[in-house]
Design a protein around this ligand. Structure first.
Ligand code: AKG
Ligand code: FE2
Length: 255
């Protein structure tokens, strides 16, 4: 997956990339784009190019919208999507059991996965201290599975400081997202994270997001609830209108 992702960003001409351009006016639209996140005061521009693939449910999967320049690109993305889907479901099952719930509990609360695969490409940045690759945020959905190359740049906010995530070549980094925090009533917390840049090396990461349907209503599976119930589509709209900074969107749901 890393190899085909890298080939798109490094071997294709700008015209080839732009032939798959996403719609810049529609959040999370499928295709190639730059700098998705802009801070609410419009000042922060992320130092990032990306390609977003809509991969699940099967009705959203249309490989003709994915690059064809590398011969097996579409096959690799489809297979990777299926494998990440199975892993995400398994992990949510183990988390449910760890809380004394039936193993299907969190997955049932999320419903059918809406899965997006985003390949992020961070070119070397001449002045890395002036910008971020991707500003601080927590992911909106249920669970994100991330792989990165050996350059490194992902940081997670823990105990009041940013912790650098050492790249593990064969490791998959699990990032819990906001709806898992709601469903587990805060027993599992979503993790604020960001990507920093560096002046020397381009960096690649692949995030596979597993989200509820926009129509799904999420609420805590435990009493007394600590979070308001929320329709996922409303949550996404508010995330994009207020900006992602840190965890302020999920904090707004606290009772
Ligand atoms: O590039 C990374 O390591 C982080 C990517 C990320 O957080 C995201 O795509 O939501
Ligand atoms: Fe993220």
């Amino acid at each position: 997956m890393r190899r085909v992702g890298r080939s798109f960003f490094e071997d294709c001409t700008m015209d080839q990339k732009l032939s798959y351009a996403c719609d810049p006016n529609s959040p999370a639209s499928e295709g190639y784009g730059s700098r998705m996140l802009v801070a609410s005061n419009n000042t922060v521009l992320d130092w990032r190019d990306y390609f977003d693939h809509h991969t699940l449910p099967p009705s959203r999967r249309n490989p003709s919208k994915w690059p064809h320049f590398s011969s097996n690109y579409r096959k690799v993305v489809a297979k990777y999507s299926d494998q990440m889907n199975a892993l995400a479901e398994k992990l949510l099952g183990l988390m449910s059991e760890s809380l004394g719930l039936p193993s299907s509990c969190i997955k049932d609360a999320v419903g059918e996965f809406y899965q997006n695969i985003t390949v992020s490409y961070y070119p070397p940045c001449p002045q890395p201290e002036l910008t971020l690759g991707l500003q601080s945020h927590s992911d909106m959905g249920a669970i994100t599975l991330l792989i990165q190359d050996d350059v490194g740049g992902l940081e997670v906010w823990k105990d009041g400081e940013w912790i650098f995530v050492n790249p593990l070549h064969d490791g998959i980094f699990v990032i819990l997202a906001d709806q898992t925090e709601v469903i587990t009533n805060g027993q599992y917390k979503s993790a604020p994270h960001r990507a920093i840049t560096n002046a020397q090396n381009a960096r690649l990461s692949v995030s596979t997001f597993h989200d509820p349907a926009k129509t799904k209503v999420l609420s805590p599976a435990f009493e007394p609830p600590k979070y308001h119930q929320v329709k996922y589509g409303d949550y996404v709209l508010s995330w994009y209108s207020k900006g992602p900074e840190g965890k302020r969107n999920i904090d707004a749901l606290l009772l």
